[in-house]
Design a protein around this ligand. Structure first.
Ligand code: KIV
Length: 276
């Protein structure tokens, strides 16, 4: 593992995403939900920050992403936007704010863009949400699609297993990727599908494909930041496709236990710490 240094300090744009795909430069994306994490992730040089509705799981402790509201996403997104100088900030539209109603979709999209200052939005689904996608795009708001395992449809899927293993679903995914791309989406996240399928889609469509649990032949990768930092909790175990770059659960536990011991023993504060 080698440490990355930023070579191009310009603000990342949706146009840059396309240029990166064309040049064969992989796109790095991580989620963030708060000001402090986003400051660190952005300064480290990430290309894009996704304010994911996975905030429902890792910030709020819900078992699905469905309870997330528009106001909650705007709160998380505006906290991230205040921190970010370089990365492209993409915000998830929450469940129930865009499906089946293009007018509602535009209204929700405009609220997120106006009230958070984000750069772009992400919507889950293919052909069935195309009218909403087109309506939002017509207002000049960039959209990233999301296909494969789409967590807002977990009640339809019934589990978080790998999607599109059968031909029918794989064919639909390929068609959906083409439709989203032709409609004008600047990128598509493809989650938890066979690597061979993700590779085929990335090769076929013009817009960048950002994979998560979809192999190494996509145009970029995204992970939930809490997962890759090893912030495990009793309820949330990391998916198998995650690589842990730190073990913050252990680091934080040790720090907290040391603090408790120091308070209990009377060692903190002492004459090394400033007193007022
Ligand atoms: O909400 C989220 O974090 C996401 C990623 C897992 C792609 O959609």
């Amino acid at each position: 593992m080698s440490k990355y240094t930023i070579t191009d300090a310009r603000k990342v744009t949706t146009k840059r995403f396309l240029e990166m795909k064309q040049k064969g430069e992989k796109i790095s994306m991580l989620t963030s939900y708060d000001y402090t994490t986003a400051s660190i992730v952005d300064a480290a040089g990430i290309d894009s920050i996704l304010v994911g509705d996975s905030a429902a799981n890792v910030m709020a402790g819900y078992s699905t992403t469905l309870p997330m509201t528009l106001d909650q996403m705007i709160y998380h997104a505006s906290s991230v936007v205040r921190a970010v100088k370089r990365a492209l900030v993409v915000v998830d539209m929450p469940f129930g704010t865009y499906q089946g109603n293009a007018d509602l979709a535009l209204e929700s999209a405009v609220r997120i863009m106006k009230e958070s200052g984000a750069d772009a939005l992400k919507l889950e689904g293919g052909e069935e949400i195309l009218p909403s996608v087109k309506k939002i795009l017509s207002a000049g708001i960039p959209i990233c699609g999301h296909l494969g395992l789409t967590p807002q449809s977990i009640n339809k899927f019934g589990s978080y297993v790998v999607r599109a293993q059968e031909k029918e679903e794989a064919d639909k995914l390929k068609k959906d990727a083409q439709l989203l791309c032709e409609a004008g989406c600047f990128a598509i996240v493809i989650e938890k599908v066979p690597a061979k399928l993700a590779k085929e889609v990335a090769k076929k469509v013009k817009c960048p494909i950002i994979g998560i649990g979809a192999g190494n032949d996509t145009d970029g990768q995204v992970l939930v930041v809490n997962d890759m930092l090893g912030m495990d909790t009793a309820e949330f175990k990391q998916p198998r496709f995650v690589r842990k770059y730190a073990n913050l659960q252990e680091v934080v536990t040790e720090a907290v236990q040391n603090y408790i011991s120091d308070v209990k023993s009377g060692d903190f504060p002492n004459n090394e710490t400033e007193a007022y």
